[in-house]
Design a protein around this ligand. Sequence first.
Ligand code: SAM
Length: 280
Amino acid sequence: MKPFIIHKKGKTAKFFLQDCVQGMRENLQPNSVSVVITSPPYNLGIKYSKYDDTISREKYLAWMREWAGVIKNVLAEDGSLFLNLGSKPTDPHVPFRVLQVLEQEFVLQNTIHWIKAISIDKENVGNYPNILDDVSVGHYKPINSPRFLNDNHEYVFHLTKRGDVKLDRLAIGVPYQDKSNVLRWQGKRDLHCRGNIWFIPYETIKSRDRDRPHPATFPVQLAEMCIKLHGVPRAQLVLDPFLGIGQSALAALKLQKNFVGFEIDRAYFDEAVKRVRALH
Ligand SMILES: C[S@@+](CC[C@H](N)C(=O)[O-])C[C@H]1O[C@@H](n2cnc3c(N)ncnc32)[C@H](O)[C@@H]1O
């Protein structure tokens, strides 16, 4: 099958309207991919327009295993797989079941918590000059239930072949609050590792159909941070086997990286093409 090719910022994005397992086998060379950023269907009954998200758990996990094996073959020895997974309160174990399957092929090197919304009580913060009051920031889908809390986070499992991939932690570093720390550390840059809690809110949108026509996307910024953490200079080719509306493609091209993606749904595929074409 021929890909749809878009050239942007001197780099190339190739999109295949095809099943990813077959597509990766047919179109990708072994050890050719530096970074995979992806969010497979979660098997939680999400209403996609084509994919059936309600297959049996057994079948789903067998499919995850098959998919992981193909990824292992195309990923470079020092490559990174960033696997985004969410759950729902009535079925909270999905991310861990998938992780167990993936760990048959990969080593879990880092666990990142993608925080979509957070509330901070002023009294817990103390004397920070920039936080003047209690704050609540971000967006989430409210859960109307007397027994469950709103679900404001998802996982990003960072998986590698041997668990020893060197990362560029300062590429997504944050400034020290206490500037006396800057002098204490070698290099004396006002930047330190932000840790594994990443607050990345969804963009505020006016119309779901027009602005985010897909039931389960991650923010472009999440994918950008993963590529930066892996190391922009070392990232040659970025892959997303479950392209959706192309958030990972946008991230790769913004950082001037070649990209390849697979999607089985024509409507999401077309939307990904449209969004990447519109990238400045
Ligand atoms: C969780 S969504 C990914 C959303 C994407 N990360 C984004 O932000 O737009 C999973 C996507 O995988 C697609 N999909 C399901 N099975 C597939 C397969 N076998 N090969 C390729 N894509 C598939 C679905 O149509 C859906 O768009």
